[in-house]
Each structure stands twice: as C-alpha cells, then as structure tokens.
Design a protein around this ligand. Structure first.
Ligand SMILES: [Mg+2]
Length: 483
C-alpha cells in the first residue's frame, strides 16, 4: 500500500485515547470547485450590493486554477505572492498578470518580505483561499483598468475598461479591496448565507464517503473515543452529519451514538486558549442550556480546551486533533495546548501525482546540474588564479566554459518550465517554492504532527500504528554523506 500519511513528529496511535475531528473539509469533505465557485459568486454579489462595487464585477468568471492555497496577498501593492519558508518571494502577480523578476526586485527592494507585517501581508490558507485570491486579483485588474481609463492610459484589459461607464462608482484602493473581499467572505460565512446555499444543495457541495464511517467504526472497536469540534452551529452540523454519516452507520444508530462529544460553535482557535462556558445542546430541539457540571457524552456549544481535558481526566497528548485549517485548527492548538495534531491537505494527492509526472524532467535537470557544477568550479578556479597571481588566464578556456554554462542554463530553465507545467500553470507546486519549501509547507511542517490528503488515509491505517518521523539531514551531514 502506498504511504498516504506523512509524519513530521513521531506519533504512537496506541497512546491516543481521544480523536477530535473538525467537521467542515475534514470529517465532511466538500466538492471544492463547486464550493469555491459559490464563495466567489457570493462575494461578488455582496461587494456590488453592499460596498458599491461596479456591476461589471458580477460578470467576472471563476477560474479555479488562477490561485493555489497558501499564497500571500500584498494588500498595499495589489499583488499575490508565493513565498518560501524564509519569506523569499518566488513568484508574484499584480492582479492576474505575472510580475517579471526585475520589476519584482524594484517593487520589493529585497526578495524577502516580513510576513509578520500584517498591515501589508495576509496569508490565505483557508478553505476559501482560491476564491479569495482569485477575486482579489480580478478586482485589482478592474481597479487598474479604471485608473488607466480615467487617466487616459489604457493599462488594463480593454473589455473591462470599456465596461466601466462614467456612472459606475470608482473602485476603492488596493488595501480596501483586500479588506472588502476578506470581510465580505467572513460575513457570508458568519451570517449563514454560504451554508444556507450548501444546505439547499447538499448533493452539489458535499461528498458522502462510506469509508469515513467504516473507518471511524473500526477505530471505535479499538476503544478510541471520537469527538467533533467544529465552528459550525448545531443546526448545520446536524444537517451534515445526518446526511453524510447516518446512512452508512453499521454498528451505531446515529452519529450521536458514534461520537462521544459534538462541540459546535467552538470559536476555534479561541477554544484552545480561552475558557468560555460550555452550553448543553438538546439534540432533538436544538435548545441550549447552561452547563457547569462535568462533561458527559452529548452535544455542546462553545467551551474551552482546558475544562474539556480536565473533565475527561486526560492529558493533552492523549488527544489527536485533525483539522484542515492551519491557523484555526492546529497553530494555536500546538502553541497553547499540547494536543497532537493532524492536518488534512486536500491538494496533496494531486500534487503527488504531479511529482510523478514531473520526474523525467527532474531527473534531466539533475543530470545537467551535475554537468554544470564542475564547469563552474573550473571557471571559478581560473578566474581566482588570474586575480591572485596577476597572470593572464587562458581566455579561450574561460570563454568556452562560459558558453557551455550559458547553454546548460538555457536548457535547465526550459526543463524547469516543463517540470513546473505539470503543477498549477501559474504558481507551480503548493508545497515548494523553487528549491525551498513553500511558506505553506513550512507551516504544515511546524504545526502538524502528521498530515495527509484526507481523513480516510489515516483511518485506513491501524489505530495501533506507530508513525515515525524520519531523520532529516542537516546541510553539513549531507555533505558528509551522513544522511
Ligand atoms: Mg474545517
């Protein structure tokens, strides 16, 4: 069986007593293309209706491939950036147009940005990363077209510029656009309108997977207690669980038997560091009442991690929590509690398939690099001797080496283009930025003990599995061949 669960920090499943599950996009998966398209559409309508964006916004098409998860929005400059683990910009777009390297260097002075500068940068790694990044980029195009049209300079796509009549309101600045897109999505999320749409079309948005239910029932046989910790409210939680869990149960009557606790409106990540009161939810009526007793099997709202672990008489590292959102699900959890963490990275399967397709190119690149490196060393030596001794170098030899290196570089860069083309056409891989890890991959590495494409990848494994992190070579160990 191919390996499907990847381990950053050693995790012994035998020691795990409780398995916590985020619901949306973890326990219950969504059809992402449909769901992101819905978010894109909802944001557009709201921006026009409530923030007075021009009506041309409504006709912006949704293109799922325009963005990938983990990009960074530069709110001030109207750019999308792909950033490495060290904060180096490895690809950049202004609106939907790529920025070439010399322009990028002029704009940013250095290739490094400070991601802790939240007034400029926002990293988008949520379930809505594609729709947010895409719409932001498209709105920047409209803003530029409008500015161009107003100043008489035709900078933007003429169709968009033409679509703007003088009566149309003026687009706000880049920073406001970023803020509006994000806050509009937040609002649509919070006031239940997105979920309302999903609820009306469950077939269209929700994936039903009997394997999830079979896997959870198997884990119960090993006496692993399972709970849900979701930011969704009870009525939506019930709707999804009734739809995606109940029809496939074999050993239990209902999801409320299968799950020890279902904690709704949990306000993650606040749940992990604050101590809000638990409310008890009546599963039949949905009515809530104050609850100050010791937690017992049931449905709750709100609450906090501290009381949860205390009441259950367990330590943080007896719990494995599985979620799909770095910030909401695992970052604060890792920093504030010592629960073990697992991250679902939906794109992982596709990315690994693409690695396989890219393999022939990667191999060729390595061969050419192996040829190039000795040439570079010889050239360095020749020129060093010239500088240090004042003796003339063999100019023919220098020229020949330079020509060979340039030729190899040309081939290598063509191969890199081919290699990247099997991944997202605009942004390449999600987990890598050039030779380095992407900032997203770095976050996964830091905060997730294990990670996988979907919950069933873990549930297929025995609940007694010992996940071992492999030893990672440091640069000097690699040089010694000690890896
Ligand atoms: Mg989620």
């Amino acid at each position: 069986m191919p390996q499907k669960v990847f381990c950053n920090r050693t995790l012994n499943m035998r020691k795990i007593k409780f398995i916590g599950l985020d619901m949306d996009h973890t326990l219950v998966r969504y059809h992402s293309h449909e769901f992101e398209a819905l978010a894109h559409e909802t944001m557009k309508q709201r921006l026009v209706a409530t923030k007075k964006y021009p009506e041309s916004v409504l006709s912006l098409p949704f293109d799922f491939n325009l963005a990938i998860r983990g990009l960074v929005i530069d709110k001030k400059k109207g750019n999308l950036l792909k950033v490495s683990r060290h904060g180096a910009i490895r690809a950049s777009y202004h609106g939907t147009k790529p920025i070439d390297f010399p322009t990028q260097q002029k704009l940013y002075k250095s290739i490094y940005i400070d991601l802790s500068d939240t007034t400029s940068y926002v990293s988008i790694d949520t379930a809505f990363s594609i729709s947010v990044a895409t719409l932001f980029a498209q709105l920047i195009d409209i803003k530029d077209a409008e500015s161009g049209a107003m100043s008489g300079v035709g900078t933007g796509p003429s169709t968009i510029a033409n679509a703007l009549s003088e009566k149309n309101p003026i687009m706000p600045d880049y920073e406001t656009i970023a803020h509006d897109v994000i806050s509009t999505l937040d609002m649509a999320h919070r006031d239940g309108s997105l979920k309302g749409e999903v609820a009306k079309n469950l077939d269209r948005y929700i994936i039903r997977d009997p394997e999830v239910v079979a896997g959870l029932e198997r884990y119960r046989k090993h006496d692993k207690k399972i709970f849900i910790l979701t930011n969704s409210e009870y009525s939506y939680t019930k709707l999804l669980l009734d739809y995606a869990i109940n029809p496939f149960l074999k050993n239990y009557k209902s999801w409320s038997d299968l799950f020890e606790f279902v904690i709704t409106l949990a306000q993650k990540p606040r749940f992990f560091y604050d101590n809000l009161r638990f409310l008890e939810v009546n599963p039949e009526s949905g009515l809530m009442s104050n609850f100050d007793e010791t937690l017992r099997k049931g449905v709750y709202q709100s609450g906090g991690a501290d009381k949860f672990a205390k009441d259950l008489g367990i330590e943080g590292d007896d719990i494995l929590y599985i979620g799909d959102h770095i910030y909401g699900d695992i970052l604060r959890l890792k920093k504030d509690c010592n629960w073990r963490t697992a991250l679902v990275v939906e794109e992982l399967d596709e990315e690994m398939e693409a690695y396989k397709k890219a393999q022939p190119y990667s191999a060729e690149i390595r061969t050419l690099m192996d040829r190039k490196e000795p040439l570079e060393r010889t050239l360095v030596d020749l020129i060093s001797v010239k500088i240090e001794t004042g003796r003339e170098a063999d100019e023919n030899k220098v020229h020949e080496l330079q020509t060979q290196i340039t030729e190899l570089d040309k081939n290598i860069s063509q191969l890199i283009k081919k290699q990247q083309s099997v991944f997202n056409q605009h942004w390449g891989e999600i987990m890598r930025a050039g030779n380095e890890e992407s900032y997203f991959a770095h976050q996964v590495d830091r905060f997730a003990c294990i990670y996988m494409a979907k919950l069933t990848d873990l549930l297929e494994m025995s609940p007694r599995t010992y996940f071992r992190a492999s030893r990672r070579p440091l640069a000097h160990e690699l040089a010694l061949g000690l890896s």
